[in-house]
Design a protein around this ligand. Structure first.
Ligand code: NAG
Ligand code: NAG
Ligand code: NAG
Ligand code: NAG
Ligand code: NAG
Ligand code: NAG
Ligand code: NAG
Length: 810
């Protein structure tokens, strides 16, 4: 059962630090002897903490009444697990227990007595001890061993789950795993990312189209070891060397493989306890294999979309990973050989700039298109071919269509084989992603002007909130509430969604209507109102203050709502309002949000009675908003378009960090045919944040958010509504006139007169000019001309040099 070899002994000894005896603080144990245990009911208390307090281990919420035994960074707000004893096999919230047994084995027992996981250690004459080290390594030691300080009998560092901690080696015997994806050393000594799905497996990193040396790796060093060091540099024996963007000591980091197949280094913000991505293995999500499933094509422009190949339809409308199946009957090639004259006749449907990775039946060079087509028609196994002209024609007949992608950079086309009588003029099925939440041009999401979530119609002040305080209280609440709820309401969960829902991590959970009614005092205190519903202040049993939104006009049935919730619940970024849970009971559909204390941006920008928002805060809000949107568009597991970016939806924390509210709701809104055109023209005339393409009834993409962001950015600079700008004669300015004026500012560089006069020149002109420049590019009429949120966040980050402004030097 020993998974690590002797070569690892060096490391074992390295980490076999003797735990310092705990001087004071009897509550936090660093070392326990045999016979110690912790029941899941006592999970508010950690099982162990490391001597310097950096790490804790204990029970952690991993879904509905589901718990895991994990190690986490104590300072991380979300308690993100860096190691888990029982990944994918959670234990019950009542009656489960972690025990360091008398025989020296660590074991996790479920409520019904099943041992879900155990360390399989014993010996040491009952004198074994268990400690959590300052590295985050959970170790079982034999102190009686003659080796100074004791011998490591077992350590969590040898059994990583999806995360590697600084100083923890990734060796040839280990793998980081998330779903179908894994990071591991291949037989040729190269560190790779592998998609290992139910039907097919393939390597997608480093670039499988190149040999290891062209990818900057080597196959010669067989030590197969990679370590993330204390400075944030990951060095691997295959020559891979990468640096976290915040390279340097003193930062808490982790390297994690995630459910979207990417590997990222995260750094912990000491002030907020949030995680920021400081390195990612893949810049383009479509280069991960398996995201769209077989016979489907991944497109990233500007957010990720899956679509079926022509003639194919989605297997499961809720899950792109299952891919697409043919809508025509497929010839059984082993039967077909017997009667070749009965072979059905085919035609080919072209998809430009598209290819599928690998699975080529053969490879023909210097052939004409007609020849390539003939080969595929005659070859039973061929279901399509790729043809590209690069000086000479290259032909790849395909037996399997997997990991398809469309990119304007790809010089060839794919031709899909369909029966001759198949109606290929039918529109391609499922052309838009249902993985992400895409905007529908006709969805009336932005209807009300009277304010939205975060803004009160009557000027009620948002009271204080400590976003992460009360988590422990909430955990207790989850236990009490969901323990009962789970038994009595289980049958009301659509069974097809239950599995997905249970996977949702963190504190995301389902609430009962009764609970939320009590929490809000029968929906007494309204704190906001908008297109998608009314928001109330609420206090959960644990004392945690929340914002409860009652949704109106929810489209679709329960299944659809649950599906959306599993998507929204997984979205988690420091610049996005955290969603804690939801309620779906009959007609009652509610969402429970983190309560953000310092009102929405519009109050601070446009309320002339207030002291002006200082420049530094303005810039930070602009940057935070850009990062939040970039996360929605490019980073998170499900790609989301906000569709309603405006100052009312940008909430501010005490430190004036921006948190975007109201994302992910576009698809839940009801579409009612008759009202659409009216509402569209209505919206266009009044909101002032909508991209021109909304009015054109064409499919919209993430660039609508970029447009709206550009307007908000300009409002941050000038301190008033763009839609309120008038000429000297009092006439409203057209957007074209505003763009004209901005162009002039950008050309002359004379930005100061444009900036909010209330700042009295206390600003950083370089940043202001950059903001105007970005804003102008976001307002472009053609969505393709606008930058992506990623581009914007990068430019703003590069310009984020607070020291430069003398007014803020202290
Ligand atoms: C205990 O529960 C687990 C998970 O629910 C189940 O797999 C196992 O079979 C149960 N064992 C017994 C003895 O009931
Ligand atoms: C192989 O990699 C290890 C770890 O990165 C390194 O210490 C060692 O020097 C390398 N060996 C050779 C021959 O390059
Ligand atoms: C990482 O940082 C080190 C030290 O600054 C530098 O020598 C190295 O080239 C960097 N590596 C990469 C891949 O940028
Ligand atoms: C094709 O025919 C062979 C021989 O009859 C049979 O064994 C096989 O299962 C068939 N395959 C499919 C996909 O129907
Ligand atoms: C093919 O599909 C198009 C578009 O859906 C439809 O208008 C046409 O009638 C269809 N033709 C046949 C022969 O089914
Ligand atoms: C806002 O004020 C109006 C008029 O004073 C009142 O009718 C309404 O109930 C108030 N709404 C809230 C949420 O307090
Ligand atoms: C909210 O912002 C104002 C400035 O407009 C500031 O004075 C106040 O302290 C902030 N409130 C909180 C709760 O931080």
């Amino acid at each position: 059962m020993e998974r690590y070899g002797t070569c690892l002994l060096a490391f074992i000894l390295l980490f076999a630090v003797v735990p310092r005896p705990s001087a004071s603080a009897p509550a936090a144990e660093h070392t326990l002897g045999a016979g110690s245990s912790l029941s899941v009911e006592d999970r508010a208390r950690p099982f162990l903490t490391s001597p310097d307090g950096t790490f804790s281990c204990g029970f952690q919420d991993s879904g509905e009444n589901a718990f895991s035994f994990s190690v986490w960074y104590t300072a991380a707000a979300e308690k993100t697990a860096v190691w888990t004893a029982n990944p994918g096999a959670p234990v019950n919230g009542r009656g489960s227990r972690i025990s360091f047994r008398r025989d020296g084995g660590l074991a996790l027992d479920d409520a019904n007595g099943t041992t879900v996981w155990e360390s399989k250690t014993s010996g040491g004459g009952g004198a074994l001890t268990i400690s959590l080290l300052d590295t985050g390594n959970l170790v079982i030691l034999d102190p009686s061993s003659s080796t100074g300080g004791g011998r490591v009998v077992w350590q969590s560092f040898d059994w990583p789950t999806d995360t590697l901690l600084p100083s923890q080696p990734l060796t040839k015997h280990m793998k980081l795993v998330a779903g179908y994806f894994s990071l591991y050393y291949d037989n040729d000594n190269v560190l790779r990312l592998l998609y290992d799905g139910p039907e097919i497996s393939s390597i997608y990193w480093p670039n499988p189209g190149k040999n290891p040396f062209d990818n900057g790796r080597t196959t010669y060093n067989s030590s197969r070891i990679g370590v993330l060091d204390a400075n944030g540099a990951f060095l691997s024996s295959d020559n891979l060397g990468v640096n976290a963007s915040d390279l340097g000591p003193g930062v808490k980091r982790r390297l994690t493989i995630e459910q979207d197949g990417n590997v990222r280094i995260y750094s912990l913000s000491a002030s907020t306890g949030g995680w920021a991505v400081t390195w990612a293995a893949l810049a383009q999500p479509c280069s991960v294999h398996g995201l769209c499933g077989p016979n489907a094509i991944c497109e990233y422009q500007p957010s990720l979309r899956c679509s079926c190949a022509p003639g194919y339809e989605m297997v499961d409308p809720r899950d792109w990973r299952k891919g697409c199946r043919p809508m025509f009957s497929v010839t059984n090639c082993s039967l077909q050989q017997a009667s070749p004259e009965q072979q059905p006749r085919y035609k080919f449907v072209k998809m430009a700039h598209t290819d599928f990775y690998g699975y080529d039946l053969w490879f023909y060079q210097s052939v004409t298109f007609a020849y390539c087509k003939k080969i595929c028609s005659e070859m039973c196994l061929c279901i399509g071919f790729s043809y590209k002209l690069q000086g000479q024609g290259v032909c790849y007949p395909k037996s399997v269509l997997f990991n398809g992608f469309t990119s304007s950079a790809f010089p060839g086309n794919i031709y899909i084989k369909v029966p001759i009588d198949f109606n290929a003029s039918a529109p391609p099925v499922s052309a838009r992603s249902t993985t992400g939440i895409a905007c529908e041009p006709t969805v009336p999401v932005i209807v009300q002007e009277s304010g939205t979530f975060g803004r009160s119609g009557n000027g009620t002040e948002w009271p204080y909130l400590f976003a992460f305080a009360g988590v422990l209280g909430l955990l207790d609440l989850i236990f009490i509430a969901t323990g009962c709820w789970f038994l009595s309401n289980k049958q009301s969960i659509p069974s097809s969604l239950e599995a997905g829902y249970r996977m949702v991590t963190g504190q995301f959970r389902r609430f009962t209507y009764r609970e939320l009614k009590d929490a809000t005092g029968n929906f007494k205190e309204e704190i906001g109102r908008g297109g998608s519903g009314v928001v109330y202040r609420g206090v959960l049993d644990g004392g945690k203050v929340v914002a409860v939104k009652k949704l109106t006009n929810v489209a679709g049935g329960d299944e659809e709502f649950w599906a959306e919730m599993t998507v929204i619940g997984r979205i988690n970024h420091i610049n996005l309002v955290r969603i804690w849970g939801f309620c779906s009971q009959g007609k009652h559909k509610l969402l429970v949000y983190e309560y953000v204390e310092n009102e929405s941006l519009d109050r601070h920008l446009f309320d002339m009675d207030r002291t002006a928002l200082p420049w530094r805060e303005r810039y930070r809000i602009a940057l935070g908003t850009a990062r939040g949107l970039a996360y929605l568009h490019h980073e998170c597991l499900e790609w989301v378009i906000h569709c309603d970016v405006k100052p009312e939806n940008i909430l501010l924390t005490r430190e004036f960090d921006a948190k975007i509210a109201d994302f992910g709701l576009a698809k839940l809104s009801k579409r009612d045919g008759a009202g659409d055109s009216f509402q569209l023209s209505h919206m266009r005339g009044t909101t002032g944040y909508m991209a021109p393409e909304w009015a054109r009834n064409v499919p919209v993409d993430a660039k609508v958010d970029v447009y709206s962001y550009g307007i908000v950015l300009l409002e941050i600079v000038i301190g008033s509504r763009i839609s309120d700008q008038t000429t000297a004669g009092g006439e409203r300015l057209e957007m074209s006139q505003i763009a004209q004026a901005l162009r002039q500012v950008v050309d002359t560089g004379d930005v100061v007169p444009l900036v909010d006069g209330r700042l009295q020149g206390q600003l950083n002109p370089r940043q202001a000019l950059e903001m105007v420049r970005i804003s102008l590019s976001c307002m472009q009429e053609r969505s393709n001309d606008r930058p992506t949120m990623d581009d914007i966040a990068k430019v703003l980050t590069a310009c984020d040099d607070e020291d430069e402004h003398p007014a803020y030097r202290s």
